[in-house]
Design a protein around this ligand. Structure first.
Ligand SMILES: [Zn+2]
Length: 168
C-alpha cells in the first residue's frame, strides 16, 4: 500500500507551497496506485492522464500526482488535458489496466499560511470524502478534440506492449 503522508515533504518541496490541489494530487495518486496494485513508476511503467478541472489552480494537482506516482514530465508519462471534473486516470502501460480517480471537493490553492493549514486538514480527510475511485477498466485513449495526442499515446502503449511480449 502506498501511504501518501510519506510523500508530503517531497511534494511540498517540489511544488514550493502547501496547497489543497497539490495535496489532493498526493491522495489521488496514492488511491489510484492502491486500487491498481501498482508500484511507483521508476521508468515509464505507469501513465498518468490528468484532467485539470475548470479552475486553473487545479493544475497544482499535477505536482502531487508526479511526486507520489513517479509519473513525470521528464519521463513523458504524465499528460495534462482540459476536462471537468478534476480527475486522474492512472494506467499500467503493460496491461492497459486503468483506474480513474475523481475529486469530490473543489480544490482551491491559494498559498497563504491559513490556506496551508486548511489544505493539511483536507489532506487528512477520509478518502471517500475527497475522492471517487473507479473500478479497473481497460484504458482507451480519448479521441475527439485531442485526437492526435491520444493517437500518439495509443501508439506508444502498443509499442511498450510489443516490447514486453518480445521480452525486451
Ligand atoms: Zn499549488
Amino acid at each position: 500500500m502506498v501511504d501518501p503522508t510519506k510523500f508530503l515533504d517531497a511534494g511540498v518541496h517540489l511544488h514550493g507551497h502547501t496547497c489543497e490541489a497539490m495535496l489532493l494530487g498526493l491522495r489521488a495518486g496514492a488511491a489510484a496506485m492502491n486500487r491498481l496494485g501498482a508500484e511507483r513508476s521508476a521508468e515509464a511503467e505507469l501513465l498518468a492522464v490528468l484532467e485539470v478541472g475548470k479552475d486553473e489552480r487545479g493544475r497544482c494537482v499535477a505536482d502531487g500526482v508526479q511526486t507520489v506516482t513517479g509519473c513525470t514530465l521528464g519521463k513523458g508519462n504524465v499528460q495534462l488535458l482540459p476536462g471537468t471534473p478534476l480527475s486522474l486516470t492512472l494506467v499500467d502501460r503493460a496491461t492497459r489496466r486503468a483506474v480513474r480517480v475523481t475529486a469530490r471537493v473543489d480544490a482551491s490553492s491559494t498559498p497563504t499560511d491559513d490556506a496551508a493549514a486548511d489544505a493539511l486538514r483536507l489532506f487528512r480527510a477520509p478518502e471517500r470524502r475527497l475522492l471517487s475511485v473507479s473500478e479497473e477498466f481497460e484504458y482507451r485513449p480519448r479521441t475527439g478534440g485531442d485526437g492526435a495526442r491520444a493517437e500518439r499515446i495509443d501508439t506508444e502503449l502498443t509499442a511498450v506492449k510489443a516490447a514486453r511480449k518480445r521480452g525486451r
